[in-house]
Design a protein around this ligand. Structure first.
Ligand SMILES: CC/C=C\CC/C=C/CC(=O)SCCNC(=O)CCNC(=O)[C@H](O)C(C)(C)COP(=O)(O)OP(=O)(O)OC[C@H]1O[C@@H](n2cnc3c(N)ncnc32)[C@H](O)[C@@H]1OP(=O)(O)O
Length: 279
């Protein structure tokens, strides 16, 4: 776990405009890079995991940004250069109370529905690790820029004894192609930036110090593309996938909760969580 000092070192001092979110959503900050470009920073120590509250705050933040017609683009980043997001908060799935588990999954679906269907041009600035749900957050963006060398990205669900939901699997297949997706999903592969670039999982790989400046440059460029045509093109590309989940949301909740509550799954999740804590 990061100490406060280590976290301060790991996080650059961000030139932030005053947050436009109420303090109750302090796991995230929203600022402006320009009058038309918002920056959404994940800021939940130690690993930006998606708990129920974090997932709800994320979708609410995206909706609030979208509600402002002057905003045409969004940069998604982490306040830590070590971890973009460690994915779903595994403790939500370990010995869960069934009603909360179902709400948790609805909130995770909500993160997907909010960002993947967004009218905004979106860029993910992936400076640190992005496993599983962290990869999900970045896959929902239009463009991904990642640090080379150290951090890993990918869908490692099988390593935990679980499976990526179909809508995440589909987004992954769309991005890296069927065969690359099969190989990676079945093994639970976590890629370095360079490996991710080779399969098309990210669009650019750079040294750490260049990732954020380049992501800013790209999002400011994307913000200049006529908004209406871009939004309609995104709808044409992604609308069917979003509509499919909207139509089958509760069936997906039932699939998730049944799988997670099963005894064998619980054993695997607990063992994985314990191994993380013992590190
Ligand atoms: C059938 C359908 C069922 C389910 C489908 C659901 C889909 C799930 C997708 C997911 O997202 S599952 C989560 C998958 N995530 C991971 O496997 C990542 C686990 N974390 C790591 O590998 C590492 O933390 C890291 C490589 C991201 C970073 O390593 P490092 O910098 O060394 O940090 P620490 O490991 O010390 O972590 C700091 C702190 O945070 C806790 N933590 C990390 N990840 C999670 C997590 N996903 N959930 C809960 N807690 C997490 C970790 O235990 C440490 O806590 P301490 O209290 O020990 O400091």
């Amino acid at each position: 776990m990061f100490s406060t000092a280590a976290r301060a070192l790991a996080s650059r001092s961000l030139p932030r405009a005053p947050s436009i979110l109420p303090p109750s959503r302090s796991m995230l900050t929203v600022s402006r890079l320009s009058p038309s470009v918002a920056e959404l920073t994940l800021d939940k120590a130690p690993a930006n995991t998606l708990s129920l509250e974090m997932a709800l705050a994320f979708s609410a933040a995206v909706s609030e940004i979208e509600a402002d017609p002057s905003v045409t683009a969004l940069l998604l980043r982490s306040s830590s250069t070590k971890i973009f997001s460690a994915g779903l908060d595994i403790s939500e799935m370990s010995g869960p109370e069934p009603a909360r588990l179902a709400d948790f999954w609805r909130a995770i679906q909500g993160t997907y529905l909010s960002l993947y269907s967004s009218r905004l041009a979106t860029v993910a600035c992936i400076e640190g690790h992005a496993p599983a749900g962290g990869c999900l957050l970045s896959l929902m963006a239009d463009y991904r820029i990642m640090t080379g060398g150290g951090p890993r990205i990918g869908l490692n669900e099988t390593a935990l004894g679980i499976a990526a939901p179909y809508w995440l699997k589909d987004m992954f297949v769309e991005t890296v192609g069927r065969r690359n997706a099969e190989l990676a999903l079945l093994k639970g592969t976590l890629f370095t930036g360079e490996e991710a670039l080779a399969v098309g999982l990210v669009d650019e790989v750079l040294p750490l110090e260049e990732v954020y400046p380049r992501a800013k440059e790209e999002v400011l460029k994307l913000a200049r593309i006529p908004a209406k045509g871009r939004a309609e093109t995104k709808r044409l590309l992604r609308g069917a996938a979003v509509d499919e989940l909207l139509a089958g949301r509760e069936a997906d909740v039932a699939w998730f909760t049944e799988f997670v509550l099963e005894e064998g799954t619980q054993k695997g999740i607990k063992a994985y969580l314990d191994s993380l804590k013992k590190k």
